[in-house]
Design a protein around this ligand. Structure first.
Ligand code: FPP
Length: 225
């Protein structure tokens, strides 16, 4: 059976779920937060060490202002309300993405949350915020050039936002859409990808467990035979 160290998730479908069930996209995001909490609990149960969540992409700034500010309010409330529970459950919070675009207040909340949890070893949650793979790779190349180091595979891996994090074993995208949307393009070279029909707010623990169990039985050869 394949061990699972790292699961990455593209939590897609909130907007469509919201329109269909509650009349607004934003209520879909709120429902998506409930799914997120339950998937985090199941990830702990499964003793998986890393969970990377695509929460806000570099392209999501193109959305209406009202939706963007709703998402960030949701995030701020989530962090303020849940920080003690993260500490209690030994969960480390790590942000991947370019934080410079956020308000000073949000940057502080993010770095305080990271600091408060940085000794925790049970599960590391990597929240991808203002994250885009192309931006990450460009940023990485600039760091390497500034250090006057060589452009090598190892140097790139060690300077990405995901440095010190193993590559995802599997990537799940909900919402019945088959694309990668600029997420972890360097890191998923050999990741197994699962596209799930259900919209994120409808994605339940048992759907998650089904995918994890399917992954565990796969034959992985990393380019060999
Ligand atoms: C994609 O659905 C979802 C997002 C862009 C945001 C993810 C946010 C959450 C799961 C809830 C909030 C979580 C935190 C930590 C604040 P979509 O809006 O692209 O859905 P669509 O494809 O139906 O339009």
């Amino acid at each position: 059976m394949n061990p699972i160290k790292h699961v990455a998730i593209i939590m897609d479908g909130n907007g469509r779920w919201g329109i269909k069930n509650k009349g607004t996209r934003n209520l879909g995001h709120r429902a998506g937060l409930n799914t997120l909490e339950s998937i985090i609990k199941e990830t702990l149960n499964q003793k998986i060490k890393y969970l990377t969540l695509y929460t806000f992409s570099t392209e999501n700034w193109k959305r209406p202002k009202k939706e963007i500010s709703f998402l960030f309010t949701l995030l701020e409330n989530f962090l303020q309300k849940k920080i003690n529970s993260l500490v209690k459950n030994k969960i480390r919070l790590n942000i991947i993405g370019n934080k410079k675009k956020f308000s000073a207040q949000l940057q502080k909340l993010l770095s305080d949350s990271e600091k408060k949890t940085n000794k925790n070893k049970k599960l590391q949650i990597n929240l991808a915020l203002n994250y885009g793979s192309k931006e990450e790779i460009l940023n990485t190349l600039r760091i390497i050039i500034k250090k006057k180091h060589k452009i090598t595979e190892k140097n790139i891996t060690e300077n990405l936002y995901t440095k010190n994090i193993p590559n995802p074993d599997l990537l799940i995208r909900t919402g019945n859409t088959h694309r990668l949307s600029n997420f972890l393009l360097w890191q998923i070279a050999y990741t197994e990808i699962f596209f799930e029909k259900k919209l994120w707010p409808d994605f339940k623990d048992k759907d998650y467990r089904k995918i994890l169990n399917k992954f565990r039985l796969l034959k992985r050869n990393f380019g060999a035979i």
